[in-house]
Design a protein around this ligand. Structure first.
Ligand code: FRU
Length: 442
């Protein structure tokens, strides 16, 4: 089976959102939205990969796939929970009310309905798609409560001795909202509360409510954001939140911010790592499949970001790279003139106003106090997605950069994760220009 280092990539064909991210019985499990038949989106399955360290990933094939009337057209995104030693997987079950006659993997006119379902696995290795599935929240028929089509992506967590679920939804396709459910046993769920706001976009996807020492942090991916200069109009965002666990009343206590200023990252999901840190990964959207690696996977589209730790420093939410990732870049490179061919590289430097770097044709500059990433020369001539991206202004006028360069992805951590800017790339060269404090390979 395919293996990946650093970035979990599609094992072939198509992947999107991370699902069911959990540290379970000594291993990290990362499932993902997967279309196994072509490098494009279609009837969703859950692909499955495991890792001991969040760095080396082993693909285990398809875990969940449609078998029931209620999920016949897709096992959409969801999450995992360990309960009584067993792995509980929660997902959105999709049934097209009108499939497209010429392509049954797509709903005609977006006509489908969604319920919430689950599978219990005894060990995180075996998933009985025929006998261990159950529908837990039927299609919502009351528009006051939710949307029969666009209510999805259950994120489940333990709260004291009971369980909570947050779902993404919409008020009639015009304003995003999230719905909260409660359960005593993880199996039977009752509606508890909801929160709607214009800043949740038109539809809110993939919500996550993470409990940090400092309070709750809300993650969500609003669709239809209209701010200027976005690469895609659906974006991954976060904000601090207040949450009353009994009533499930949530309020956001600050405006939403982008999780990643490259704006390719979407649908992040968090979990707790082995040491109890909150760690988050996101799907990096790719406008076209990457070239065949020659490793048997064929054309592939979609990769996960590096794992990032969620930290609050001096009252600010930061996303530094996970320490297991930094720790594996052990080889110091002494010849600073080129990037090692197709091998992941970590570069550290300080960037000042007016400075610029060239990483195989990918440019990083600091202008007007903002870090700019520019992929114009390494993006396969594509122009439907924005080529440049900028961080917010850094008042100090200089910053530290920790840059991870992989074949199809560059991730720039600014001031240890104060901001992160990541860009999908297609054709990196090997030239290297700029001043660097250190360069490491694996
Ligand atoms: C986000 C999303 C989810 C949905 C899944 C379907 O990218 O649209 O809301 O569950 O992808 O693949």
């Amino acid at each position: 089976m395919t293996e990946d280092i650093l970035h979990l990539r599609a094992p072939g064909n198509w992947i999107n959102d991370p699902n069911g991210f959990i540290y379970y019985k000594g291993e990290y499990h990362l499932f993902y939205q997967h279309f196994p038949y072509a490098p494009r989106w279609g009837t969703m399955h859950w692909g499955h990969a495991v890792s001991r360290d969040l760095v080396h990933w082993k693909h285990l094939g398809v875990a969940l796939f449609p078998t029931k009337d209620y999920d016949q057209d897709g096992v959409f995104s969801g999450s995992a929970l360990e309960l009584d030693g067993r792995m509980h997987l929660y997902y959105s079950a999709v049934r097209y009310t009108q499939p497209k006659p010429e392509d049954i993997h797509i709903a005609e006119g977006d006509r489908f309905e969604t319920s919430q379902a689950m599978v219990v696995s005894p060990d995180g290795r075996h998933f009985d798609n025929w006998t261990d599935k159950r529908q837990i929240i039927p299609v919502i028929t009351d528009p006051e409560q939710g949307d029969r089509k666009d209510t999805r992506d259950p994120k489940v967590w333990k709260e004291g001795s009971s369980y909570r679920m947050v779902l993404g939804s919409t008020c009639g396709g015009t304003m995003g909202r999230v719905l909260f459910y409660r359960s005593e046993d993880g199996l039977t769920w009752t509606y508890a509360n909801q929160y709607a706001a214009p800043e949740l976009g038109r539809i809110l996807e993939c919500p996550d409510l993470a409990k940090l020492e400092e309070g709750y942090l809300f993650f969500g991916s609003p669709m239809g954001i209209t701010a200027d200069g976005l690469a895609y109009s659906d974006q991954a965002m976060y904000a601090r939140a207040e949450f009353e666990s009994e009533s499930c009343r949530m309020t956001l206590t600050e405006p939403l911010s982008f999780l990643d200023y490259g704006l390719d990252l979407y649908a992040p999901q968090s979990t707790l790592d082995e040491a109890g840190r909150r760690v988050v990964v996101g799907w990096m959207r790719m406008p076209q499949p990457a070239p065949d690696f020659g490793d048997g996977r064929g054309p592939w589209n979609g990769t996960m970001s590096l794992p990032r730790v969620v930290e609050v420093r001096e009252g600010r939410v930061c996303f530094p790279v996970h320490p297991n990732v930094s720790a594996c870049f052990t080889k110091l490179v002494s010849d600073l003139s080129s990037l090692a061919d197709h091998r992941p590289v970590r570069l550290q430097t300080t960037l000042r106003e007016g400075d610029s770097l060239n990483l195989g044709g990918y440019r990083i500059r600091m202008r007007d106090g903002q870090v700019e990433g520019d992929r114009s020369d390494v993006f396969a001539g594509l122009s439907q997605v924005r080529l440049t991206a900028r961080s917010p202004r850094l008042p100090e006028g200089s910053c530290r950069l920790d840059i991870f360069v992989d074949q199809n992805l560059i991730e720039i951590f600014i001031n240890e994760g104060q901001y992160v800017l990541s860009h999908v790339v297609y054709d990196l060269g090997s030239q290297l220009e700029g001043r660097f404090n250190a360069i490491h390979t694996l």
